[in-house]
Design a protein around this ligand. Sequence first.
Ligand code: HEC
Length: 163
Amino acid sequence: MGTRGRILVVACAAVAGLALMSSETIHAALTGEAAIKARQGAMKSNSKDMKVIQAFVKDGKGTAADVAKSATAIAATSEKIPSLFPKGSGRGDFPDKTTRALPEIWKDMAGFEKAAATTVAEAKKLATVAKAGDKDAIAKQVATLSKNGCGACHKTYRGERVK
Ligand code: HEC
C-alpha cells in the first residue's frame, strides 16, 4: 500500500467509512507493519549474535562455545527470514524511513530465499567449526558467513538507511 493508500485507511477510519475498503486490505496493511517490526527485531538479534562472535575473533573475548551458541541462534533466526517478508511490506508500500526492504525481494523471492538459506547453512557450519575450537578456522568461517550470508543479502535486497 502506498502513501495514498495509507492516507485512505486513515481517512476511512476517521469517517467510519470502512466499507469503502475491503477488510482484507486493512488487515494486510496491519500485517505489513507487524512484519516490518518483527523482521527488524530478528535482524537486531542477528546483529547481537554477530557481535558476540566478532568479539571472540577480534578481541579474544568469550569462548568458542559462545561462538557456537550465537552461530546456532543466527541459523534459527535466519531460517525465519522469508516468512517475515509478506508481499506489500517493502519500500513502495511503506515509507523509506519505515523499511529498508527493497522491491527486489518480491521480484526475486527465490533468490531472496536462497540468500536466507545460504546464511543458515554458513551459520550452521560456523557452529560446527566453533565446537572443534580452532580459532583460525573459526575466523575464516565468520568471514564467510558475514560476506556470503548477511552481506550478500543486504547488498542485493536492503536499501540505504534514510532519516
Ligand atoms: C535473506 C536476506 C537477509 C539476510 C540473510 C540477513 N539480512 Fe539483515 N536485513 C535484510 C533486509 C531486507 C533488511 C531491511 C529490513 C527492513 O527494514 O524492513 C535487513 C536489516 C538488517 C539490519 C537493520 C535492522 C534495523 O533495525 O533496521 C541489521 C542490523 C541486519 N539486517 C543484520 C543482519 C545480520 C548480522 C545478518 C547475518 C547474520 C543478516 N542481517 C542477514 C536482509 C537480510
